[in-house]
Unconditional design. Structure first.
Length: 76
């Protein structure tokens, strides 16, 4: 627990429990994170994959690879 976790004036995003391959910051850095026209998880994952390839940041991979958007990964 961090000292300032309950400070209502600060926002310090932490890694999300819904993805193992990225953090809240990494997902939010992509424009697709705020695009309301794409609501299908598979399309969202594909869009992030395309954007990562276009902007040259492909080294870090897609932050949604290990998340609920990837049905192959999320099935038991």
């Amino acid at each position: 627990s961090y000292k300032d976790d309950q400070d209502r004036e600060s926002l310090k995003p932490r890694p999300s429990d819904s993805t193992w391959s990225g953090s809240d910051d990494e997902v939010a850095a992509h424009k697709e994170a705020f695009d309301g026209s794409v609501t299908n998880p598979e399309q969202e994952q594909a869009s992030m994959e395309e954007e990562a390839g276009r902007d040259g940041s492909g080294g870090g991979g897609n932050p949604l690879d290990a998340s609920g958007a990837n049905k192959g990964f999320s099935k038991p």
